[in-house]
Design a protein around this ligand. Structure first.
Ligand code: FE2
Length: 289
């Protein structure tokens, strides 16, 4: 099942604006998943397993999430979430703000003991930003304000905001211990409105000779800029019609054209970590050699 729109929320614009401003003002805590992102990427835990606002780690838990102290700053969103969603299945809610930011394409849930199919990730965008895009294994799309999306986080996915304007959203995680359907994330089944038309981004075919030309980047590739090259390659699928995960093949090819075995090892390790296999609490660094 790839990403699709589950439904739509019509916001009270005045109350929403106050909560979006409050989310923007909340302090950026220690980021649990730094190696996945570049640029300004703030996750504010609003509900989680412990109720501790400093705990940003995603876990596979059965019990419903507890509100953190940050929910006091967003009373309207707290109401919207309670009215819209089946909160008894919520395991985490994060308020998210991204500015001039991108991420490495990756699969989530690789590190969990349980099945990724028990997890259901929902994104709800709180403001429009024409330079912010998401992708999954099939498409690039732009989420619009009020849309409630299922994000196929078990497959390779990615996101970027190519502007200096912030884009605030909510990331809601649901977990089920028995078979479920997408409508089950809502408080009532009439909130589930499948079939809404997504805003898909048309991409260009990859230029002829790209694979050969791209290897020339190796001439400028050093340990100091390897991270920049990786994040740069990761952005290409937003323009060209190629799978997001292809950036790892290119990264390995470029690395193999350098004379540095550590760069080759780093490229291969990156691919494994982001899209193949990852242990709980395992970290990766593009900058430690
Ligand atoms: Fe993710």
């Amino acid at each position: 099942m790839t990403s699709f729109i589950l439904g739509k929320v019509d916001f009270d614009e005045v109350r929403l604006a106050a909560d979006v401003a409050a989310l923007r003002d909340l302090e950026k805590g220690k980021e649990a998943y730094d190696e996945f992102t570049s640029g300004f990427w703030k996750n504010v835990p609003l509900w989680n397993e412990s109720g501790d606002a400093r705990d940003g780690m995603f876990k596979d838990v059965d019990s419903p999430a507890k509100p953190t102290e940050h929910t006091a700053a967003v009373p309207y969103l707290t109401e919207v979430i309670g009215e819209t969603f089946a909160v008894e299945h919520l395991t985490m809610v994060r308020g998210r703000d991204i500015v001039d930011a991108s991420m490495m394409p990756h699969k989530d849930f690789l590190e969990l003991d349980g099945k990724a199919t028990d997890q259901f990730r929902v994104l709800m965008v709180l403001e429009d930003n024409e330079a912010t895009f998401n992708s999954d294994e099939e498409k690039v799309f732009r989420m619009r304000k009020g849309e409630v999306w299922f994000l196929d986080a078990a497959g390779v996915h990615c996101a970027a905001n190519f502007s200096a304007d912030s884009r605030v959203s909510l990331c809601l995680d649901f977990s089920f211990d028995k078979p479920f359907v997408p409508a089950d994330v809502f408080a009532s089944s009439d909130r589930y409105i499948p079939g809404l038309e997504p805003l898909l981004i048309k991409r260009k075919p990859l230029p002829d000779g790209f694979a050969v030309d791209m290897r020339r980047i190796a001439a400028a590739c050093t340990r100091h800029n390897f991270r920049d090259i990786a994040f740069g390659l990761a952005k290409l699928h937003f323009t060209y019609d190629v799978p997001a995960a292809d950036c790892y093949e290119w990264l390995v090819e470029i690395a193999e054209c350098t004379d540095d075995a550590a760069i080759v090892a780093k490229a291969e390790r990156a691919k494994d970590f982001y899209v193949v296999d990852r242990a709980m609490h395992e970290r990766f660094s593009f900058t430690a050699w």
